[in-house]
Write a protein that binds this ligand. Structure first.
Ligand SMILES: Nc1ncnc2c1ncn2[C@@H]1O[C@H](COP(=O)(O)OP(=O)(O)OP(=O)(O)O)[C@@H](O)[C@H]1O
Ligand SMILES: [Mg+2]
Length: 236
């Protein structure tokens, strides 16, 4: 595997101060992520997964410690710099697809590719997720899994260096979820985008090059898969 360092966090903390109660969402996370790898992130509800992913993606900032994306210091970046960082480098996939209902699949993807620097065509992004034959369908004419694959096409079409996915199969049944994971795995393999997938489902750990477990705001376990599995071969 390519060992080029993409993200590095050191002593990363996030404290939500809500007057009486102080929530320590991250408690000193040290994490290195490498170019092109597919990382599955597991952990109980409230363990800090989304907080960590949001900081990596420049949607949030830490209260302490360091986080770098290549030579960009994300810990001290202002809103403008974070916006530019997200626009230029990050693709997001969330549990809910957030497609624009009045636009077709192709138009939903085009809304992003029109403002990107060296995007794929919407057609090739939709082909990549297996929806080449549904491009002119509106979200309401697509199943949940198909809508999520449009959201993946939209995220990868700008050729982001990193693809951050927060429970991308959270709203889907297992059969449909497998198709979505297969689309993410293919996007990772074919475009080389460094990919993080948060899930509650430990049985998909086999699809990652690496599996990181969070507990109570810190990394409590790490496992490497020498040979990651095709998501369609996982029993779910
Ligand atoms: N905006 C916020 N204000 C206060 N506390 C927050 C905020 N966001 C998250 N938290 C708290 O930080 C902790 C970590 O939350 P986080 O959303 O990162 O967990 P998670 O691992 O993603 O959980 P889940 O699997 O339920 O999505 C939790 O205790 C949560 O209540
Ligand atoms: Mg979460």
């Amino acid at each position: 595997m390519n060992r080029e360092l993409v993200f590095q966090t050191r002593g990363l903390t996030k404290i939500y101060d809500q007057g009486e109660v102080e929530v320590r969402a991250l408690r000193g996370v040290d994490l290195d992520l490498y170019a092109g790898e597919l990382v599955v992130m597991l952990g109980a509800s409230g363990s800090g997964k989304s907080t960590l992913l949001n900081i990596l993606g420049g949607l949030d900032v830490p209260t302490g410690g360091e986080v770098r994306y290549r030579d960009v210091d994300l810990s001290n970046a202002d809103d403008r710099a974070l916006t530019r960082y997200r626009r230029d480098h990050v693709g997001f996939v969330f549990q809910f697809y957030n497609l624009i209902p009045s636009l077709t699949a192709r138009e939903n993807v085009a809304a992003v590719t029109e403002i990107a620097r060296s995007p794929m065509t919407p057609e090739s992004a939709l082909d990549l997720v297996g929806l080449g034959n549904r491009m002119d369908h509106f979200p309401a004419q697509l199943s949940g899994g198909e809508q999520q694959r449009v959201a993946i096409a939209r995220a990868v079409a700008k050729r982001p260096e990193v693809l951050l996915c927060d429970e991308p199969t959270g709203a889907l049944d297992s059969t449909t979820g497998v198709l979505v994971l297969a689309a993410l795995e293919k996007a990772n393999r074919e475009t080389g985008t460094t990919t993080v997938i948060i899930t509650h489902n430990a049985s998909i750990a086999g699809m990652g090059d690496r599996v990181i477990t969070l507990s109570d705001g810190n990394i409590s376990g790490e496992q490497r898969n020498l040979r990651r599995q095709d998501p369609t071969s996982l029993t779910w």
